[in-house]
Ligand binder design. Sequence first.
Ligand SMILES: [Zn+2]
Length: 353
Amino acid sequence: MTIPNLVQPVLASRGIGPALLYVAIALLVTPACEPTAGPVPRLSPKAHVFQLEPHARYRLEYATAPEPSPPGTEWTGDALDGSPLAYMMRRPLILKADDFGSPFGDIDVAFIDAVDAADGVVALGIVTALIAEDDATRTAYRALNAGGFELWFHGHTHTLGDVAEFSGSGLASQMDSFARGITAGRERLGVEFHSFGAPGNGFDADTMTALTTFPQLVVWFFGAAEAPVFVLPRLIDLESKVGVVRDVEEFSGLVEQTLAANPTAPITLQLHPRMWTHADLDRARTAIASLYDRGLRPAAPFELWAWRQEAARVRLFKETARSYILDLSQVELRLRVTVDPAGPTPVRVTEVD
Ligand SMILES: [Zn+2]
């Protein structure tokens, strides 16, 4: 079986034939009263991204030898330097984009498309009470999630202020928000949330109790350091205030300091593209491209958590000069594996017995 890359379901609607068919079906099934969907982002094919199943073994074949070690060489997932999967050892860059769920605007689409074109991913924070009613928008969100642009839970009501959704509201109310949000994610988007970031990053002592009641939530953006989940720290801001992207030079200086002071920590940038002007978008594109150019690896929170859980059980064995066995037989979770988009990229990845 040849492994389709992640975004095949999206691609299927990009060819001329399927696209026309899609339009024809949409015309037939869309009731006249349905609100018209605006623009939606569409991900492009990614030859360097693989969604791999647990308890399986894969053969990776290259057109030319990607590295010089002798056949028989073995690596594990937490020591891949020198292997064709060394890219997985790079420092992760997570783009935490807040306040999604409603129909996309032009700048949202331009931002998502630009990051995708740069071989990156965006993690989209969903405000679940605001999830769009129209099928085209919901389908686009589902496709983004399937393509690695993880949808995460950013509150149900997104209430801010003295009594915010996750601060000062009490344990019962916070539990209710998580329950409603998770249900809405399932029922309206067909997505199981695994990551959480509070509206305004406001939380209190009840939040950790409430959060840990929902064991599928394993990542907390900017959460309490003592929480028994994977807490992504806030080390640097690309926005100088909510919705305003910093000057590129100024950000570049902050990057130097932050990377030096935190040699291995994942970098998470909080973004509000729905509030941006075109000038903000241009600055953000430049800043994000510069981080990818510095070697940071695009990642989404849940896939990063899963990789960290499983890395020690991932084994890579060099079979011949141009082929490798990636052994996930001891792995329990689905993994998203990326190789360096700058190449070399496997010409074929197939499951083996
Ligand atoms: Zn927000």
